[in-house]
Structure formats: C-alpha cells, structure tokens
Design a protein around this ligand. Structure first.
Ligand code: THU
Length: 297
C-alpha cells in the first residue's frame, strides 16, 4: 500500500513503520491484488475538529476520519470489487486511490491510556479501522459491524497487535505477504529484479525492506540488508524469521546478505517466495561454517 503521508504534528517514527506494515497487511488480508494508495494525515485535535466540522457538520474533534473514494455496493468490500478498484486508478500515484484518512495524534495518546495499551497499538488500530472503512466496511448494522470487527482483528493479530496477547504470533503467511508488499517499494531500475523482505524480531516487531539500486551499481543494497539495517538501527537485537519475495525466481539471499544475517541471527529461518512457490531453509544450511562474531574470540 502506498501511504501518502502528511504530518503536521510530532509523531513517534516507530508508529509510522507500524502503520505502513498494518496498511500492507490490510490489503493482503482483504485479498486485494492491486496496488492501492491512501492519503494519510496525522494531525492535532484542532485540525481534525476543523475537518469534522467543514466536511461532516460535526463540531468536535475525533480520533479518526475516513473519506472513501469508492462507492462500494451494499455488502461488498474491496476484495470483491476489482472493477471499482481499477476505475479508481490514479495515474499520478500509479495505484488505485482508496481515499483519505485523518488521525488525531492527541486522541491516539489519550485512548491508549484509557484502554490500557500502547500508543503504537492504538495508532495501528485507528489506521486499520480507517482503512477498513476505505475498503468498504462499516459498523451501522450489527452484521456489518461484526464483519468489520473480524477484519480489524484479522489484520491486527496478523501483525502481532491483537488485543488478546495470546493471538499475537506472526505467522509465516503474514511475513510472506509483507515481503511481497515490501517488493512494491523496490528501487531496481537497473536490474529490473525487485526484491522485498520482512524480518521478524523476537520482540514481535516486523521490519520490511526492499532492494535499493544506484547508478553507481556497486552501491546497491539488497532487500534483506535493508530490513536488517532498519531493525538494528531501531534497537532490535534478536530475530527468528526472514521472508524474501521476488517475482520469477527463488530469491535465496546473496552471499553478502547471508553474512550479514549470520552476524545478528545465525539461527534464523529463511523463507523465500516467488511465483506462488514457498521454500524454507535455516541460515546454518545456507552458510555452513560461517565466519561470525564468535570466530574472533
Ligand atoms: N538482490 C536482493 O535484494 N537480495 C539478494 O539476496 C539478491 C539480490 C537484489 C540486488 C539487485 O538490486 C537485484 O537483486 C539484482 O541483483
């Protein structure tokens, strides 16, 4: 999912990474195959109050507002509305525009405190709630409300953010889906070989990465190393699984990436997916007799 950010208040950077992951997984959970985009504004209460008053005639601040671009027929959501999605294609963003979301950051903080969970979870929840509206869900009738809640929970538990901590294990299927989404952000104009990765850290965080090429070819960074460097720079220290996605051939990590994975996670499971296939191997099999930190002691 392409998120077109507009941020006019101070926001914790880690929330934004989580929101990107939640948005990617929302499309995956809904079964949307097309690249979609959402314009996402993070603001304070005065700004959301103004929008609520001007566009909805409601004279107060609120937590989240969503303005869908697509008029879904009753009982239909984005997963069953491919034709409508296609009609919402926007040349400028090169994706189907689902609509606009506005989230109040003061409401994120206050509601997190009220419900007794982390502000990250509240930020992810409000984003997921808004995206569900943009995908055609609503909560007016009891039946619709149930299916909206079920989809919200599916997305949040998929990314390890469920209310019930028991349900918070990130599955291989989620990681593979997030690797596929990360591939959409690949910058690979020279090779044309787009790669995406999703790295799961032991604390439950997911770090996505893509390959980033350069006109000076040797400076290219592979998807796996992008994900790992993001993770290390955000303070993650232990990792259980990495999923890697490419389009037409198995993206087993290159030698440099095996070495970097070995530095931080010699026991990591490596999943690869391409063209509908999935294969798995432990890093120890991909890099036998690896040279690592212990070799220097
Ligand atoms: N690539 C990766 O992202 N990961 C790998 O492990 C192998 C190769 C990228 C680098 C380059 O942008 C493109 O694939 C072709 O080599």
């Amino acid at each position: 999912m392409i998120l077109l950010w507009s941020i006019d208040t101070q926001v914790e950077p880690s929330w934004m990474a989580l929101m990107q992951t939640a948005a990617d997984y929302a499309l995956h959970a809904e079964g949307v195959k097309r690249e979609c985009a959402v314009s996402l504004r993070l603001c304070d209460d005065d700004a959301i109050h103004e929008i609520n008053r001007d566009y909805r005639g409601v004279d107060r601040a609120t937590d989240v507002l969503s303005f869908p671009m697509i008029n879904y027929p009753a009982g239909t959501t984005a997963g069953q509305a491919d034709k409508l999605l296609r009609q919402a294609f926007d040349d400028e963003v090169d994706a189907c525009m689902l609509g606009d979301l506005i989230i109040s950051i003061p409401h994120v903080l206050a509601q997190a405190e009220e419900y007794g969970h982390s502000p990250q979870r509240e930020a992810a929840y409000l984003l997921v709630h808004g995206i569900c509206h943009l995908m055609g869900y609503d909560h007016i009738e009891e039946d619709d409300k149930r299916s909206m809640r079920a989809m919200e929970e599916k997305i949040l538990s998929g990314i390890g953010m469920a209310r019930d901590e028991q349900e918070n294990s990130v599955s291989d299927e989620t990681l593979l889906g997030l690797a596929v989404s990360a591939r959409e952000r690949s910058y690979s104009p020279y090779s044309g070989y787009a790669v995406g990765a999703a790295l799961l850290s032991s604390d439950g965080r997911i770090f996505q990465g893509c390959n980033i090429e350069n006109a000076s070819f040797g400076l290219t960074n592979c998807a796996e190393r992008t994900a790992m460097f993001k993770a290390i720079s955000e303070g993650a220290t232990e990792f259980t699984t990495i999923a890697i996605s490419a389009e037409k051939s198995a993206p087993w990590p290159c030698g440099a990436c095996r070495q970097v994975l070995n530095e931080f996670a010699p026991g990591i499971r490596v999943l690869v997916t391409w063209d509908g296939h999935v294969e798995e191997a432990p890093l120890s099999q991909l890099l036998p007799h690896g040279f690592g930190p212990k070799s220097l002691t």
